[in-house]
Design a protein around this ligand. Sequence first.
Ligand code: F6P
Length: 555
Amino acid sequence: MNQQKQSLSFTGLPAYKKLSDHHKQIKNVHMRRLFSLDPKRFEKFSIEHHGLLLDYSKNRISSETIALLCQLAKEAELEKWRERMFKGEKINNTEDRAVLHTALRNCSDKPVFVDGEDVMPKVRAVLEKMRIFSGELREARWKGFTGKPIKHVVNIGIGGSDLGPKMVYQALNPYHHKKIKLHFVSNVDATHINALLKKLNPETTLFIISSKTFTTQETLSNAHIARGWFLKAARDEKHISQHFVAVSTNKKAVSEFGIDTENMFEFWDWVGGRYSLWSAIGLSIMIGIGAENFNKLLQGAYDMDEHFQQAPLEENMPVILAMLGIWYNNFFKAESHAILPYDHFLRGLPMYLEQADMESNGKSVDRDGRRVDYSTGPIIWGTTGINGQHAFYQSLHQGTKMIPADFIVSIQAHFNFQKQHNIMFSNVLAQTEALMRGRTYEETYAYLTAAGEGPPNLSKRIHHMVFEGNHPTNTILIEKLSPRSLGMLIALYEHKIFVQGIVWNLNSFDQWGVELGKQLAKQILDKIYQPNTVDSHDASTNALINYYRDRVRLD
Ligand code: F6P
């Protein structure tokens, strides 16, 4: 019955029509005007939760916009779906799976049931196993085959089994263990792993093979290279157990690879790959920052889970971020969304969110399999903001495309470089202000004449130096980048993605779109080794396979 109701198309919801009408009224209103009309705009359009501040006042919205967007979320039955997710119902309908990354960070004593079983005891048991193992490594009690302590840990994984742990490890640099260094290998291009192995000593290196399925070609092929490199030095397979552990849902494949399942850290099919850093996939993080800090990361995410479940929609950070995204994506027809952390340690965040968001909501059929007639997940992209300023910001300011952006920065710097931090912070505000206000013809004229410019330079340049402004941004201020605040930030984006998926009526938790390429890659690999000329593909693919085969040694 409810499933039936959920099938109501996004564009058929009553609030969608109201928002379309409202959009006509507001689309040409400049944010300068909105700010001048309402000096309380910041108070009205900002939310603070446990030291995380979202200022969304520099958006092309009024109170009516927010009310209508929240109405749209309600009509899409967001609250009901949110409850279903947290309760462990199988909302991933194409894979018949629950979606319970929130159980991994459930810091309460409440049970979470999947198929009638409370999953919390096994979640806690794996966390405990991770704590013991990472403690042994960190305290140099876990020894390599020649009795030396481990100094380098290499996580081999790809996608969700790489991007999350790598991003978090980078982000929490000040919390790193002093003697153990983490490395992340994902690319099947062997130059990646080979360049790393050259620097490492097999006696002091431990590999974590991280793969939910343990069938991913890139990961297994890198794992075999690592195994070969290790055995060349260790000369006996019995030493593998001291240097290789696995994180997976697939016990059978782990043991077939030759890793003792005693050295396997388990997780479950109700943890999506791109939502898995909270699970045993976070083992590398725990080794890097310690169990106590890992728990704080979980605690931060839990804080956001609580906020997401309890705050009214109008004051709910993930809901507001999500609905603003929908406002631009579906009404202003913006095609992308930029993630701009002003923090070197957060440099992995844009790439992490590319997967989290685009693999979740880059879908063109709704959850019932019907082709959608509206735009879904935007292109997510970005880099550290300060570098972006000297690269692509020109287009943000004066290009023809609307590119909404999130500016993310911490208040407290980690190291004692306060002056540098002040420079960075002022750049964030300068950019968001410039994007919002722009610079009018009159202001540009005054600026040029004050700088002593007269004709002909003035008339030649003035039109190029006018900024229209009215570009929407969110500013996210983090009190200090710590395990807890990072946990909150990541969970904020996870829930934003969830909300958008619900409103667009998508299943955000499958990823069939990456399968076809994987299947074809296997077929093409076989063809590369075939003795005959390849003619079973299209003319372009045939010719390229044959061209390649003619030029490489295949033995
Ligand atoms: O390529 C898509 C994908 O299935 C991702 O969803 C996943 O994070 C990644 O591959 C890695 O998968 P696995 O952890 O099973 O190796």
